[in-house]
Design a protein around this ligand. Structure first.
Ligand SMILES: [Zn+2]
Length: 177
């Protein structure tokens, strides 16, 4: 299924309740302008609280990835990993592509990352140093570490080595153990 079909499928899965809630497969979701989402969730807290906030985000997003892995364990490690990236793309956060997937090293890219583009513009506007700003790698790390822990293997660590926020053509994440 290509990304256009994925998004159409996503839209078909939305329901509106009498009280004005929007549901996706039974869970409440919201539409919000991407600039609000990226500034509120990433750029402004990073600006104010720096590395402390990055550490808090990292840990909460890794936990989110672990939850996704737990819920979809039957798909296996690669299956959950692909599911996660496809889900992020479907939400409109940018098309993703896995370029390497081996036991020791995983590389994936996100094109037109919502966070990369919007946070990059914000940093530029504020005269702040551009830096990698996308959370996808942390969620991916959580998925991999859920399985690694169960199998008693060493844990993975992700790093965003390219980011649209720094002016790179796409965002690229390397996850190694
Ligand atoms: Zn990025």
């Amino acid at each position: 299924m290509d990304i256009k079909q994925e998004i159409k499928e996503f839209l078909r899965s939305l329901k509106i309740t009498e009280n004005g809630s929007l549901l996706y497969r039974g869970e409440r979701v919201v539409f919000t302008p991407s600039v609000l989402m990226s500034i509120a969730f990433t750029a402004a807290p990073y600006e104010k609280f720096g590395d402390t906030m990055r550490a808090v985000y990292r840990s909460s997003i890794v936990k989110y990835g672990r939850e996704i892995a737990k819920e979809n364990e039957h798909l296996g490690i690669r299956g959950v990993f692909e599911y996660l990236l496809k889900f992020f793309s479907t939400l409109g956060w940018g098309r993703s592509e896995i370029t390497e997937f081996s036991g020791l090293k995983i590389i994936f890219r996100v094109y037109s990352s919502l966070y990369g583009k919007e946070v990059g513009s914000y940093l530029k506007l504020k005269g702040l140093e551009p830096q990698p700003s996308c959370p996808f790698g942390y969620a991916a790390e959580g998925v991999l570490n859920y399985f690694a822990e169960k199998e008693g293997k060493p844990l993975y660590v992700s790093q965003e080595v390219k980011c649209a926020a720094k002016g790179d053509e796409f965002c690229e994440f390397i996850i190694i153990c």
